[in-house]
Design a protein around this ligand. Sequence first.
Ligand SMILES: *Cc1c(COP(=O)(O)O)cnc(C)c1O
Length: 238
Amino acid sequence: MVRTTMNENREASRIGARIEAVRRRIREAERSSARPPGSVRLIAVGKTQPAHRLRAAWAAGQRDFGESYLQEALPKIAALADLDITWHFIGPIQSNKTRAIAEHFDWVHSVARLKIARRLSEQRPAALAPLNLCLQVNVSGEATKSGASLSELPELAAQVAQLPTVHLRGLMAIPAACTDPSQQRASFQRLREALDSLRRNGLQLDALSMGMSDDLEAAVAEGATLVRIGTAIFGPRP
Ligand SMILES: *Cc1c(COP(=O)(O)O)cnc(C)c1O
């Protein structure tokens, strides 16, 4: 039994209202780019947020949740084990964390190296469904951003697609933050073109993980199938 305070009830209805507002933004973006309604899946990014806020989002109908930090995610996954949640790992991956990620998540969006994909494949428990993977691509070309380069992507994707117990689904990017919608779209377009090119090479891929609170419209216009939204649902992070 989870006790809720009056504050938590108010907070839960605020989270529900924000989720509804984000769903409206997604529907509107789908409509204005002539994409079928429901083609974009909303991932609620709960990093730094306590489990009770994620539970409030679940009560508002949210089922996909993203986490960036493993140490923070594991206790929340345990605390919410009674809920039917699809867990997405979206943060940087160190080799010594792959086992826990392979055991506790349904999707990993931030794979940028073959070595990490191999470990996730080897460590995925046989009793679980294949682990869904996206390759993170550096579409902004900055030295500081992680992700595979566009030039190394075809070889990496071909190798990851061969691995057992993982299922390569598509690509993910976190473009450099910018407020100009046409620049936002240019980065997302590069990711979409990279996906199209891998498909022409024969890979069956269906996922484009791109778009956050401030650029989800641009991402949906360029073909996002998964948007990762934190602030617009849970408010500013501490
Ligand atoms: C934090 C984070 C998000 C959510 O960002 P908001 O701007 O809060 O919506 C999305 N993707 C990744 C990889 C993140 O780390």
